[in-house]
Design a protein around this ligand. Structure first.
Ligand code: TRP
Ligand code: ZN
Length: 497
């Protein structure tokens, strides 16, 4: 499994800081974590970022990354000191123009002490000059920076940013981005949003990307390599930018046959979820050996392995569904992961039905029937799976089953109104599973506490609800594997990788 465990010391460090008395005159130290119980040291306390401006240079031959990050933020408390999450080598930090003292501490904390303390509610500009070889750096014993034969890729969840830019690394602090990357001529640099311009000088080409809608740090991506970039516009009017490594070999045809359907699938998903929330869509397939896909905002990361046994539109549907469920509306904390994965999986079920490869009902019955009551599958609570099971198969499959249970309980009209209304309700924001329940109750007019508890929060197989039992009785073949099943499951290779 891809997930790693966090050092036990992490919790203690977070709570220790609370003991330091606040001084009204000079402010106090911002906490080294934003308060996520799954990952106590992720994100930071005391400020809120609005914009990241990254101006970088990358040398594929040596894996050297260098540049400047300019961060616009606002303090949420008086601060004598604050942290960013980062682990490359820092040469200079300025806060509001003045050189600041800094140290790298812990696994990924850049502690910054400004020359003068910051007042509460004040705008602040932080400039960090840095360089390093990201693949040589690890935190908690792992690295998520992936070198490729022709470059590198930063795309991982929940940790990816530390290896390429300093940030307040938690989905609850979303910001806009300008990412400008210079790479040797003949190599391309990809990131989120739209390509504003490119310029060439003395053997280097600079790519300037802009994400003008709020974006969580883990959804920021950087890819450098030899890419073939394709552009187009969906029938519904969404600009599409895709990119394929020039070295995909045997997987090239299947990758393009899948990812080139991005525009069609974005338009189809808009029918369920409402208007596409961003100004650009697309995906990229670098020459990596890692085996997963990630919903990096507007520019989905796909592994070539996703296409090793032929085209796979199901994975494209999954990652594009996240653009609404995960990227537009982001989770409030990592425990809320069901809102991302349960709904992205359910979108795959809807696509299966659309493609005539098995209905949502057949898929739900199959998942329910194929895990006996004593299967460990049912011990995972999709509504609060814990950091070690955050991306467990149950978060996806049991998670989608919970979505089907909601549909069964409220009926199709209310269900599809919820599905489409949710992204609008929390556009470009954050929300929790509790927020989702309240919203579903409001739209459906039904109390749903018991249903959510049974399907998302109990470590046990729920009893078959009436609607489901009836369908099983009608269809004795309910446990027959739907034709879409293998492609759907192949989406989250992350469990094997
Ligand atoms: N969110 C990814 C998906 O679309 C899966 C995932 C979980 C992942 N952890 C990851 C992908 C780490 C890349 C790296 O299902
Ligand atoms: Zn997913």
């Amino acid at each position: 499994m891809h997930r790693r465990t966090i050092a036990p010391g992490a919790l203690a460090a977070a709570s220790l800081l609370l003991a330091i008395p606040a001084s009204a005159a000079s402010g106090s130290a911002g906490a080294p974590g934003i308060g996520d119980p799954y990952y106590p040291n992720y994100g930071n306390g005391g400020y809120d970022v609005s914009h990241y401006d990254l101006r970088l240079t990358y040398r594929p031959a040596t894996d050297e990354l260098a540049g400047t990050a300019t961060i616009r933020a606002r303090t949420t408390q008086a601060l004598s000191r604050f942290d960013l999450d980062f682990l490359l080598d820092v040469s200079e930090v300025r806060v509001n123009g003045a050189k600041a003292a800094f140290t790298l501490s812990g696994e990924h904390e850049l502690e910054i002490t400004p020359k003068t303390p910051l007042a509460e509610g004040a705008p602040v500009t932080v400039v960090v000059r840095y360089s390093g070889v990201p693949s040589a750096k690890s935190a908690y014993g792992f690295t998520t920076w992936h070198r490729t034969p022709d470059g590198a890729v930063a795309a991982d969840e929940p940790e990816a940013a530390w290896w390429w830019f300093p940030s307040n690394d938690h989905p609850s602090d979303k910001a806009t981005y300008d990412v400008s990357v210079a790479v040797p001529d003949g190599t391309q640099a990809l990131s989120n949003g739209t390509l504003q311009s490119t310029s060439s000088k003395l053997g280097w080409t600079r790519y300037n990307w802009r994400q003008n809608k709020p974006q969580a740090t883990y959804l920021a991506t950087l890819a450098v390599g030899r890419f073939d970039i394709t552009t187009g516009t969906s029938e519904g009017g969404v600009p599409v930018v895709n990119a394929y490594s020039k070295d995909l070999g045997d997987n090239d045809g299947a990758a393009r046959a899948s990812v080139e359907r991005t525009g069609e699938i974005v338009d189809w998903l808009s029918g369920w979820f409402g208007p596409y929330p961003f100004g650009s869509a697309g995906g990229y397939v670098p020459n990596t050996t890692t085996g997963y896909a990630l919903e990096t905002q507007t520019r989905v990361y796909y592994s070539p392995r996703q296409f090793a046994s032929g085209s796979n539109t199901s994975v494209v549907v999954h990652e594009l569904a996240h653009q609404w469920y995960g990227d537009d509306v982001s989770i409030a904390g990592w425990k809320d992961i069901w809102i991302n994965e349960g709904f992205a999986r359910y979108a795959q079920w809807l696509w299966s039905e659309h493609e005539g490869e098995g209905t949502t009902r057949e898929l739900a019955d199959y998942v329910y029937a194929s895990h006996p009551a004593d299967d460990a599958f049912w011990t995972v609570k999709p509504g609060d799976p814990g950091p070690d099971h955050q991306f467990d198969i149950a978060v996806y499959d049991r998670g989608a089953l919970a979505v089907q249970a909601l549909r069964d309980a409220v009926g199709d009209d209310a269900f599809f109104a919820i599905l489409k209304g949710w992204p609008k309700e929390h556009a470009y924001g954050n929300a929790s599973v509790a927020d989702f329940r309240q919203y579903a109750e409001r739209v459906s007019g039904k109390p749903l506490a018991a249903l959510f508890d049974t399907w998302l929060f109990q470590p046990a197989k729920p009893g078959a609800p009436a609607a489901r039992a009836a369908s099983v009785a009608k269809a004795p073949t309910a446990a027959v594997q739907p034709r879409s099943w293998k492609k759907i499951e192949a989406t989250d290779d992350v469990h094997a990788g």
